[in-house]
Design a protein around this ligand. Structure first.
Ligand SMILES: *Cc1c(COP(=O)(O)O)cnc(C)c1O
Length: 399
């Protein structure tokens, strides 16, 4: 029997039993076009030349693999941080937004839509559109618009049109519904840039490929720094799962590397205010693909909660659902409080303020006792500037 390939889905977009494309009939042509063309276009020399040039000269890649000496001393092991926080716009999301924006142009699309919760994916998309001269429309729930004023300002300055969504709970899932409605109405001219490894096939595979640059760089950097091909652990936080998919990609078929995904358990797994999908979810269909979903017995999606907006999502991508089911990755639940503490530890020991999302990955350091001889790589998915208000409020007793 062939060993399992965890990197890529089958031709119908399935990772094991997760994935596929469950879409309204009116999107059939757009999705089919993407399914038929995404590999040829993104693997072409012309595409790669433009993409790699922008990653290097515009985004600032490669990002450092930083040996965190002080943190290593504190935890009595060897810790490296993959510094996605140093990317232009402050996180890994720009890798995907640029990749899809270039693809949209090659497909002849002039109009980009996207939805955003915290505004991070919206900012990355608006940035890519400003650079590449594409019209940009961002859907955002009215509640989120009020909560995320600085990012709304950035998107506006970048030239995006922002549409306030006032249906339902006025948050991310309502913005997704409106984006899909827009895509149906404007299918021939429009590409929908999905911001994580979720959505109908080919989005999970396409976004994974764009983000896989993270582990491609780690592999080369780790070998150069240590003389060893592989670390013992690779750790990342997981909302939809794009920074994790990127950080795990070149290691998933390598059984010697332990893979750990940190999910947000909010106020606690049994609090009813959590976003820990592998602990609380079950098989279901969310946003066009079959995966693990937090839902009630009759299939109503449960409202998630996490202190970090980027992890506040009631599902995970099919790539990760398969890693979970096959026990290839270990999933850990990290609470709001544990993440806050980890953010403070990194800031004080290394002088790096992490995004709240990334702090969930750092919190794993308090949950596993590593050997002194272990090497541990943590994906620092983004920087904490956007979270300063939360930090100042929640950490006031420490400051
Ligand atoms: C959006 C975001 C995440 C979560 O998204 P994934 O698709 O799971 O990576 C994590 N970290 C940061 C900094 C983000 O902005």
């Amino acid at each position: 029997m062939k060993p399992k390939d965890f990197q890529r889905p089958d031709k119908n977009g399935y990772y094991g039993k997760f994935g596929g494309a469950f879409i309204p009939e009116m999107l059939h042509l757009n999705i089919k076009e993407l399914q038929e063309k995404y590999k040829d276009i993104t693997e072409s020399e012309e595409f790669q030349e433009e993409f790699q040039d922008l990653l290097k000269n515009y985004v600032g890649r490669e990002t450092p693999l930083y040996f965190a000496k002080n943190l290593s001393k504190k935890y009595k092991t060897t810790i490296y941080l993959k510094r996605e926080d140093l990317n232009h716009t402050g996180a890994h999301k720009i890798n995907n937004a640029l990749g899809q924006a270039i693809l949209a142009k090659k497909l002849g699309k002039k109009r980009i839509i996207a939805e955003t919760g915290a505004g991070q994916h919206g900012v990355a998309t608006a940035t890519a559109c400003a650079l590449l001269g594409l019209e940009c429309i961002i859907y955002m729930g009215e509640t989120d618009l009020q909560r995320q004023a600085p990012n709304v300002g950035r998107m506006k300055m970048l030239g995006a049109e922002i549409i306030s969504v006032t249906s339902g709970s006025k948050t991310l899932k309502d913005a997704v519904n409106e984006s899909i409605r827009d895509w149906i109405n404007n299918a021939p001219t429009t590409h929908y840039i999905i911001g994580s490894v979720v959505g109908p096939h080919p989005f999970p595979d396409m976004v994974t490929r764009f983000q896989s640059v993270i582990s491609k760089e780690i592999k080369a950097q780790f070998l150069e720094k240590t003389g060893h091909p592989n670390p013992d652990y690779i750790i990342a936080c997981i909302g939809g799962g794009s920074n994790a998919a990127g950080a795990f990609y070149h290691y998933v078929n390598d059984k010697n590397v332990k893979i750990i995904a940190a999910e947000a358990s909010g106020l606690g797994l049994r609090s009813g205010k959590s976003a820990a999908t592998t602990f609380l979810g079950s098989l279901g269909i969310l946003h066009g693909s079959k995966s693990l979903v937090m839902q009630t017995k009759d299939g109503q999606v449960v409202e998630p909660h996490s202190i970090s907006a980027g992890l506040d999502y009631p599902g995970i991508g099919p790539f990760h659902a398969n890693l979970f089911k096959e026990k290839r990755a270990e999933f850990m639940a990290v609470t709001d409080q544990e993440a806050l503490k980890a953010a403070q530890t990194l800031t004080k020991t290394e002088g790096i303020i992490p995004a709240l999302e990334s702090a969930h990955a750092l919190a794993v350091l308090d949950k596993i006792t590593f050997l002194e001889t272990d090497t541990v790589i943590i994906c620092l998915s983004g920087r904490g500037d956007k979270d300063m208000e939360t930090y100042l409020e929640k950490l006031s007793s420490f400051l």
